[in-house]
Every structure is written in C-alpha cells, then in structure tokens.
Design a binder for this molecule. Structure first.
Ligand SMILES: *Cc1c(COP(=O)(O)O)cnc(C)c1O
Length: 454
C-alpha cells in the first residue's frame, strides 16, 4: 500500500500557528480558520496530483486569502459608461471641495456646538444659509433623501387630510418608489385629478374641499408623456393654491440650480423658478443634478420649514456631519458661480469635444487592432432629464470573445472600469471619467485584451 500524499499536509492549526497575529478567538480567528480550510482543501486536491506544499507556502496562501476577505466590498470604480448620474454607481460624484469638507468633518467638529458662546448649537445651521443663498428660499432643511423629504412633508402637512395629484403624476419614480404609496404611508389621502395625459388647473380647483391640505406637483423625472398632453404651469397651480388657501408642494426630483440649456440640454425646471412661481415648498435630491451627497432638501417658506425642523421626524430623518459638510461645500460652489469647475456633473457636461476625442483616441490605441473611436451620446441619467444627452466621442472595443467577456474583464480590473455594451462592442466614454483616471482605463483595456489573447 502506497502512503496517501495528503497525509503529509499540515493541520489547520499548524498553518494558523505559522501566521503572525492570528487572534486566538473571536471573529478574526473564525475568518482565519475559514481561509486556512479553503487553502488546505485546495492543497489536498493538488497533493493527489503529486504537488506538495510546505507549511510556509500554505500560510502565505492563507494570508492572501485573508487579505481578500478583509477587503471592503464597496470600492471605487471608473465610470466610463457615459451615463453621468448612475444610481448603480452612486449617482453624482462629489467635487474636490466636498470631499475635503467631508474629511475635515469626519473628525471632531462643531456640529452642534456654537463656538462663540460655547453653548449648544444646531446641525441645521451649517446648511441653512447655503440653501437660502443658492435657491433664494426663505429657509431650508436637509433630510436623508428626497423620498424622506416628500414623506415628511406629506406627513406633517397632509396627515388625515387630502392631497391633490394629477393622474399623470401619480407615478413610480424608480426602485419601487411610488407616489401613491408614499402618500398612503404618510397618512395623507390621495385625490387624483385629470387624466393620464391631460390635466387642467380647473381640475385641481374643482377637487379642493375643506379637507384639502395641499396640491402636490411631481416632476416627471424618468419618463416622458408625448403627444396630446397638458399639465398646468406652476404659476397656474400657485394661483389655485393661493385663492383656495392650500399649500403647493413641488417635488422637483433633481434639484437643478442652473439653466441646463447653457449645457446643450433642454430646459430643466430649477428650484429658483419653482419658488418664485409660488411653490410653498420645493423638494429635491442632493445627489442628482445638484451634484452633491445623498440627501433630500426641503426649501421654501420660513414658517413651514421651521415647523418641519421642530417635528420629531426631523430627528428620525436627519443627516450626519459628513453629509452636511459635503452639501454645504457643493452649494457654495453654485453661490460662488464655480459649478463648472467645482461640481463634477457640470464639469463633465462642459468638457471640450476636441479633448474628448483625443482621450477616446488614446484609449482606443491602448486596444490596438480591437480599438476604434466613434461618436456617441453621453446621457444625463439618474432619473433626470429623461432621454437627454450631449454628443461625445467614445473608444469602441470589439473582440471575437464578445462584448460581454470584454465588459466583464474590465469590471475585474483594479479598479473596475465600467463601460457600456452597444451593437456587440464595448463603448468607453471619456466624458464621465476624470482625465486623471485615463491611465487606469488604458491599463484596464490593455489587461483585458492580453487576457483574452492568452
Ligand atoms: C429621484 C426622485 C425622488 C427620490 O429621490 P431620492 O433622493 O432618490 O430619495 C423623488 N421624486 C422625484 C420626482 C424624483 O425624481
């Protein structure tokens, strides 16, 4: 009988003994034991093929396996997809000022501390002024996201009462966020008026009763109704709200603060327009076209915002210090007129076509025979400006292994490079990539093609 080659392998404990710093118990021990078992199972299979491994060798393999297990699952990626606001990729990338402010606020800060008097302060005070300056609102409040903002406003002002919404706006915004459901959860009663394609100011007017708390307008962020359609303007709705003495709440979705036509896009309603037309409260996301951190901003009439701030939900939905820091820094870019260089969303939309073409060509060159450059469209995305995009140049990579294999190989690169598949090839759009990351894209392209060749 020949001896089993697996007999010569060390035990799990022996491998762990050979590793410095493995805890004797607790989760660190569990993790290390799991990694060592996995390595040993592979070593047993190898031993049957005649490959021996020393304790040192197995310990070193266990160490690599452990390092992988310790690595965070949330990592930076390079977004070459050509979609500026990608919910799957974390929506808006933050600008340098916002990132620096987050790092500072991450340590101790005067979050709820008034420095001159040495007494208790309010976290809300750190963004109120910036919201006022950037939007022209009397006051503003920040909560966890725009869904939370809408929920809170409806609950505080609409609970047990009626809220009027156009049939064409009683929609699903995305990810299961449905306006009728939010209304129900908030305790407000939804009153739908008009038809899916046409609603008039008179429909709202006729629906208002003594039980009506508000008119809610919802911006159609992620769809278009085309053809025979009508919705009253905000001015008309404000007129109805004023004469009947009900609130006008405008869920803007994106929170655009600038004229999008100046960036080659169609006009997107701005927060300033909404408030000056007469909306009592305008609600919007922090991480869509605003280009800031995830949060929901409620801007509008002073007495209404003050009531919201005092409500217990303000505590339940409050944002943390790093969000406040990033939002304030982002809003101040607009106040200073510096959004084209300080807020990446606008910086991307402003990129010079000639520079985009040069970068796309360099990326394509990294792909050799497999690369070409093509004109394409960068989409705004993220439930903003439905169907809207601007012209761009992309590197097009084509390979006999197929676009799926290429895209997957790029995703496996460190850091992952995310492209998009079109007509059997992978497109990489430089508009959504910071030029400082061009080398990462080129390295990713070179690597995946080498892998597919070998
Ligand atoms: C995106 C959107 C929301 C939800 O905003 P979050 O910040 O993702 O919670 C609500 N309403 C409209 C109109 C939107 O476009």
């Amino acid at each position: 009988m020949t001896s089993d080659p697996r007999r010569g392998l060390p035990s799990v404990d022996a491998i762990l003994m050979a590793l410095p710093g493995v805890p004797r118990s607790g989760p660190g021990r569990t993790l290390a034991t799991g990694a060592a078992r996995e390595v040993l199972a592979q070593a047993r299979a190898d031993a049957l093929q005649g490959a021996a491994a020393s304790v040192e060798e197995l310990a070193s393999r266990t160490l690599s396996a452990l390092e992988q297990r310790h690595a965070p699952s949330l990592v930076k990626v390079v977004n070459a997809s050509g979609v500026i606001l990608q919910t799957n990729l974390g929506r808006a990338p933050l600008g340098r000022a916002a990132l620096a402010a987050m790092a500072d606020a991450g340590a101790y800060s005067n979050l709820e501390f008034d420095l001159p008097s040495g007494t208790r302060g309010s976290r809300h005070d750190h963004v109120r002024e910036a919201i006022r300056l950037a939007t022209g609102a009397e006051d503003g409040l920040v909560v966890n996201n725009n869904a939370a903002a809408l929920f809170m406003v409806l609950q505080v002002f609409g609970q047990g009462r009626q809220v009027i919404v156009s049939r064409g706006q009683a929609v699903e915004i995305g990810g299961g966020f449905r306006i009728p459901d939010v209304l129900r959860q908030s305790g407000a009663q939804l009153v739908e008026v008009g038809t899916t394609n046409r609603t008039y100011a008179s429909d709202y007017d006729a629906a208002i009763t003594a039980d009506t708390a508000a008119i809610l307008r919802v911006h159609p962020s992620n769809f278009q109704v085309v053809g025979f359609t009508a919705e009253p303007s905000l001015d008309e709705l404000a007129e109805v709200a004023r004469t009947k003495g009900v609130l006008l709440i405008d869920d803007l979705g994106s929170g655009c603060l600038v004229e999008t036509r100046a960036y080659g896009l169609v006009h997107e309603p701005t927060v300033q327009e909404s408030l000056s037309a007469g909306a009592h409260l305008a609600l919007f996301s922090g991480d869509k076209l605003l280009g800031g951190p995830q949060c929901g901003i409620i801007a509008g009439r002073g007495e209404l915002v003050a009531e919201l701030r005092r409500h217990p939900l303000a505590r339940a939905l409050r944002v943390d210090k790093v969000t406040i820091a990033a939002l304030n820094a982002t809003l101040m870019q607009y106040v200073a007129g510096g959004q084209d260089t300080g807020v990446p969303v606008w910086e991307m939309l402003r990129r010079d076509p000639a520079a985009l073409r040069r970068r796309a060509r360099r990326w394509a060159r990294a792909a050799g025979e497999a690369g070409a450059i093509v004109s394409s469209t960068t989409m705004v995305g993220g439930g903003s400006l439905p169907g809207q995009g601007v012209p761009t140049w992309c590197a097009e990579i084509r390979h006999s292994a197929g676009a799926d294999a290429l895209a997957r190989g790029l995703r496996e690169h460190q850091p992952p490079v995310i492209g998009r598949i079109e007509n059997g090839s992978v497109l990489l759009d430089p508009r959504t990539v910071d030029p400082s990351e061009d080398r990462l894209v080129e390295a990713g392209v070179t690597r995946v093609l080498r892998q597919l060749a070998g």
